[in-house]
Design a protein around this ligand. Structure first.
Ligand code: ZN
Length: 242
């Protein structure tokens, strides 16, 4: 799966979100991810950290290479999501890169926290000291640019006769009030009617969906994927019963 095209180079601004970062919501997310969703996991470990710098390049070893001596090539794969657990901070969504040459290729996930500290993670095994599991990000509502485009993303299809539409939109609102917002560069254009359709995305529970996703459901009778529909229904149900 590739990143949505309109997201462009990673230029993310964290904005205010209404999410309650207390233990309750985190608990719910942990429960959600254990409901049997097909969450893909991978094991990672921290190998190097340095402070952000302007002049003197730090000497680091990430798989035997200093990442500051190489061009980072983003890999064509979903981001990994490192859970913040019960802390008040956000989950970390990290892109995976590769550096090196034919003799030595190193795959890693960098993370810049508070514009101050760089952390570098590399794939590990569960037996490695300090290793942890990350979730593979899942994306909903990211579409190919045209029906003909060769793309792993789907094309929005109208589905008439779906009786759960109104309830789903209400439940989606519950999630969007709790989700983290991520601002993208540029504005998304609706694939079906051409209207301007949002410039940010929501992230929650390892899922990311654009703010304009609701427009496809409400105005073009598109039906969600089964996996995302399950996620939304379970989450909203948890919130409403507390
Ligand atoms: Zn439209």
């Amino acid at each position: 799966m590739r990143r949505p095209r309109y997201s462009g180079p990673r230029q993310i601004t964290w904005t205010t979100a209404d999410m309650d970062t207390g233990g309750k919501l985190r608990y719910d997310l942990v429960r959600l991810t254990s409901v049997g969703e097909m969450k893909m996991k991978s094991t990672w470990r921290l190998v190097a950290e340095c402070t952000a710098f302007t002049r003197v390049k730090p000497t680091l070893a990430v798989g035997g290479l200093n990442p500051w001596d190489h061009n980072w090539v983003p890999l064509d794969q979903p981001e990994i999501v490192i859970s913040a657990g019960n802390s008040a901070s956000r989950d970390q969504w990290l892109r995976v890169y590769e550096i090196g040459d034919a003799k030595c290729l190193v795959r890693f996930a960098p993370c810049l926290r508070d514009n101050r500290i760089w952390s570098f993670y590399v794939p590990g095994s569960p037996d490695d000291p300090g290793s942890f599991e990350a979730t593979t990000a899942q994306y909903e509502g990211h579409w190919r640019m045209s029906p003909e485009e060769a793309s792993p993303f789907p094309w929005p299809i109208t589905t008439d006769g779906w009786l759960g539409r109104a309830a789903f939109l209400t439940q989606l609102h519950v999630l969007e009030a709790a989700a983290e917002r991520v601002v993208y560069r540029g504005t998304s254009i609706c694939r079906l009617c051409g209207c301007e359709n949002g410039h940010e995305a929501f992230r929650l529970g390892g899922w990311e969906w654009p703010s304009g996703y609701r427009h496809y459901i409400a105005n073009h009778q598109v039906r969600p994927s089964g996996q995302f529909e399950n996620f939304v229904v379970i989450f909203a149900d948890d919130v409403s019963t507390t």
